[in-house]
Design a protein around this ligand. Sequence first.
Ligand code: SAM
Length: 305
Amino acid sequence: MANRFGIRLQHRLPRLGGVYPCLAANPLSSMPPFSTRASGQRATRRVALGIGFSFLSQFINMAAANLGAKSFIASARQKGAIEKVLENVEWPEQFPFKEEDFQRFDESSDSLFYESPRFVTHIDDPAIAALSKFYLEVFPPSDSPGVALLDICSSWVSHYPKGYKQSRIAGMGMNEEELKLNPVLTEYVVQDLNVDPKLPFEDNTFDVITNVVSVDYLTKPIDVFREISRILKPGGLAIISFSNRCFWTKAISIWTSTGDADHVVIVGGYFHYAGGFEPPKAVDISPNPGRTDPMYVVYSRKLAA
Ligand SMILES: C[S@@+](CC[C@H](N)C(=O)[O-])C[C@H]1O[C@@H](n2cnc3c(N)ncnc32)[C@H](O)[C@@H]1O
């Protein structure tokens, strides 16, 4: 089936647990909307601002140019390319995405879609291992007094390092049966963030907030990211990770219309436009590029008070 940009989606290929590959589209070519600098490059280029998808494709092409590559897809496969995507970005003043960018093919209630539990994993084992390893490097040590974590869009698994625990690890998701069985959670809340993006926690509560292969389902991402900023402690870390798989009917249009590197820009933009965060960074933790599931992390710390 073609999406609203007339691009074919590979949605018929079944994937682990019914998660289907998202489209990895080749970004359109056009003028870049704002300037970026690759490392060591001083000059900036400023050009006319586009919006939504065209904004994104313009930016991607600028980034590709900065990387010295003919296409961003090609350059994204270069080692270290993903890390460069969010370096020295000059974001447009206004949030560049349009309302329709956050529409989904299936606009029925998410409660219906997530009514039955899915005791499956949505990424393959090497990708899970890579994410757990990343967490191990950046999480506060296990069992640290006063440390609290939150996993948003959680399920029966959070992919935290083996044996990791804290006195408070909260989870939010759509299916209670899944959350109930998540061994790392000390508490959970079932809440549809597309209906109510307010996170039910006090200001400055959490040291780390995670979100795994789910940011693409948020239709009000800026509201949610503002909430993430509000409930993180100053200096607290938000870690958004994703692969190239999704429930494509439930993912937002701007996500299913674009590729992996574009997704890094989209999530980076959420941090930027929500405000209250340090400039976001991206890292490609794909364990076996081209052979097993890719895995990307976009992360940022809440600005210190
Ligand atoms: C692909 S699963 C990922 C689950 C888990 N993070 C993992 O890594 O296995 C997507 C998750 O997003 C959550 N989700 C989807 N739409 C949501 C919504 N509107 N509000 C809150 N959570 C949502 C669901 O609970 C579901 O568990």
